[in-house]
Design a protein around this ligand. Sequence first.
Ligand code: ME8
Length: 647
Amino acid sequence: MSKFYITTPIYYPSGSPHIGTCYTTVACDSIARYKRMQGFDVIFLTGTDEHGLKIEEKAKEKGVTPKEYVDEIVANFKRLWERMNISYDRYIRTTDDYHVRAIQSIFKKLYDRGYIYKGEYKGKYCTPCESFWTQSQLDENGCCPECHREVTEAKEEAYFFKMSPFADRIEKLLTETDYLRPASRATELVNNFIKPGLEDLCVSRTSFTWGIPVDFDPKHVVYVWVDALFNYCTALGFENDRYDDYDKYWPADVHMVAKDIMRFHAIIWPAMLMALDMPLPKHLAVHGWITFNGQKMSKSLGNIIDPFILSDRYGADAIRYHILREMALGADSSFSNEIMINRINSDLANGLGNLVSRTVAMADKYFGGTLPTEREKGEFDDDMINEALALRAKVDEYIENTQINNALAEIFKLVSRANKYIDETTPWVLGKDETKKARLASVLYNLLEAIRIIATLLSAFMPETMPEILEQIGADKEQASYENAAKFGVLAQNVAVRKGGIIFPRIDVDKEINELNSILASQQEQAKQESAPELVPIAEQIDIDTFAKSDLRIAKVVSCEKIKSSKKLLCLHLDDGFGERQVVSGIAQWYQPEDLIGKKVIIVANLAPVKLCGVESNGMICAADAPDGSARVIFPDQSLPCGSKIR
Ligand code: ME8
């Protein structure tokens, strides 16, 4: 039996998994199930990537140990995978003992082979991404090219991995083999990373401790990406004796990842394997992001689409189907509740669900559930049968090329064809005519056969509902095998259907959209509250005389302009009741001059003058800290006259 080894990335145990996190795992699960159905000896690996500064910091914030922190999140990940019917064969945690020891020995091997050496690192570090960047790699604002947040200058003693010896081989791997899918992504990798010269990679850290210690130099911990990438091998028993199927399953057939971590899997990972003379994975399938209405999903934006909520409302299979069908390999896919609900209604409720319920109901109505064995061929039969017979080969090819959306589109073409066959053959007309019973039996049999093929092939993608459909059409396990999905005429001629419940209920679009929007709104409200800055502690007490020294007044903004040399400062001309005064205020990021002109504000009127960016300021505009980090100007009762004293 041929083997097939497929992996997801190992996930950072941060926050709550969302519909985007689900995508890769659901996609790998579907391929794994399909391959199992084809008779491959499959191993499907997923897991969690549990080391690094970010985890150390989060645990500290919560007052727990890093291990306690990750244990809780990992339990939630596993609950989600159970809910989504993920059939992983192995789950690796990078905190597992066997993995820790294996990484230590891999690091030592790379060192002994001369590919790792000790040096000093000076560079820009992005804490959220745990990545060092060179100046030239930073984005146009000098920030992290991946998450676009600020980077900090960092310098530390570190071990480095030599990348340059592998540059040519990696370029060939990306441009001359079918390793990378889609192949079109090779250009950006070659132009951005290989052509400018592959820089050696810093592979150890001394600035935090939550990682795997380098055993021959324990003040260093192994860089989290080296720790993480080798999971694909340690989970099979590489350099450890917890498992012993490395020789059987390595190299991986498919690593599936999103585009954000393509560089690690397309360049760094092959280089490390080359350094150890290990075989390279066969394919790296790179998909895009699931965004929400075009925006990246993030907890702080409150736009996380929660797969638990969706699968509770519509069933795990409907969600699996929707995300798999929407995402084309290599491209982003914008998630929206409207698109999801419309797709469930059109493809699953009206398309497949209707096909099954109509066919089963007619077999029930006209033949009491059991088809008679007399047959009569007719127009349209061959066309539909041929389409059904050709389906499996097409799906096979798409799965071979990790194009799940196309595989599903192909299966749903047969759903439409079969529904059209009902309209063409009009069984309800045949049913009224006693002489047409044999023809009616043929039509219903052909429909049941088409459904059998459809449901068999779909079981890899929708494992919860397809057995129900197969049960309703009276197909047993053997009849619903992969083998039989390329044959027509498999069900017994006198097949008996079993009418069951509605498999994909039609969703009331308006009602659901309203409810989902209100869930989202409360999520956003919660995110707002959670992101509210901690209140600044109240200052030391003062007596009334000290307070009385501050002279706060009402003043009106007469004119206002931006100070050209500064992004932050506005220059305001105020009427303070006594005359005109000029105040400079650091609110340009949040206010346009026209937002303020004509408005009354509160000023601290007796501050000594200062110069800000060369412009004199006489006083200060009162503003308050807002939860989003901005400053909001305090607008008093606008009927108060200029110069009124605030007491
Ligand atoms: O990068 N759309 O882990 P990670 C589509 N630990 N896919 C998404 C997604 C979205 N909105 N959000 C997440 C890491 N993913 C490392 C990997 S592997 C040796 C180490 C999926 O938790 C996508 O597959 O940030 C992405 O590659 C994966 O989650 C990694 O998520």
